[in-house]
Design a protein around this ligand. Structure first.
Ligand code: DX5
Ligand code: ZN
Length: 231
């Protein structure tokens, strides 16, 4: 097992008036992914960016665009985000039926886009079992979706661990964690089995983004390695 950790800064915490520069900043800081939170004011009580913003940023960056759809009707909008240049599109388990979710994953794959599935804190990870063959990534929410800057919910560690065990039986399945990840919580997320860490405030709120990305990665990779040695 590899302990390579990827950092996905969330542009929800970026300066919205200077998005292009902010994306360039985190790319130069060494992040591999860019987490793009999309909210519809219905699935979550907040609004954020549209596909137009994703499309405008796409030519400016080589980062892996990780689009997190916190919206009630992903079927209606997924093609807009695929057209905009998303590399992976994550939808919520709570937004649709399993049959619809399977169709979404197949549709995205047909378009050459990876598909992720996410669970809110109150949704059991086990509910993802029937979908594991369909999706490329599990995104465990460690806060209630809707806002940046919240505190990491420690009880989610067992869900991350469940996803990591699922990944052992589904080679290639990525485990991502989103919400409240910073220097104090990166170690437990990684020790539980997360391989991609979303970090909004911890990266965009830092004075030195490069130092923040480096430090999160170092903390997470050593926690992952220490955990593997114990096993
Ligand atoms: C919350 C979003 C997160 C958020 C993370 O609904 O899905 O991606 O931006 O922000 P931090 O890292 O500040 O908790
Ligand atoms: Zn997110």
């Amino acid at each position: 097992m590899s302990c390579e950790i990827k950092i996905a800064p969330s542009i929800l915490a970026a300066d919205a008036a200077r998005l292009a520069e902010e994306v360039k900043k985190v790319e130069e800081a060494g992040a591999e992914w860019l987490h793009i939170d999309i909210m519809d004011g219905h699935f979550v009580p907040n609004l954020s960016y549209s596909a137009q913003v994703v499309s405008a940023l796409r030519p400016l960056s080589k980062l892996f665009f990780d689009v997190h759809l916190m919206i009630s009707e992903p079927v209606k909008y997924m093609d807009d985000f695929a057209d905009a240049g998303a590399d992976i599109i994550t939808v919520h388990k709570e937004a649709c039926s399993d049959a619809e979710l399977k169709e979404i994953a197949a549709h995205l794959h047909g378009r050459g886009v990876k598909a992720g599935i996410s669970v809110k804190p109150n949704t059991p990870a086990e509910s993802l079992e029937p979908l594991l063959d369909d999706f490329d990534m599990i995104l465990i929410m460690t806060v209630e979706p809707g806002f940046g800057g919240q505190s990491y919910i420690h009880e989610m560690d067992s869900k991350i661990a469940w996803a990591a065990r699922a990944a052992e039986n589904h080679p290639g399945l990525i485990v991502e964690v989103d919400g409240g990840v910073g220097e104090k919580t990166a170690a437990e997320a990684a020790a539980s089995g997360a391989k991609v860490l979303v970090a909004g405030s911890a990266v965009f709120g830092a004075e030195d983004a490069e130092a923040a990305v480096r430090s999160l990665r170092r903390i997470a990779e050593s926690a992952c390695c220490a955990e593997e040695k114990q096993q």
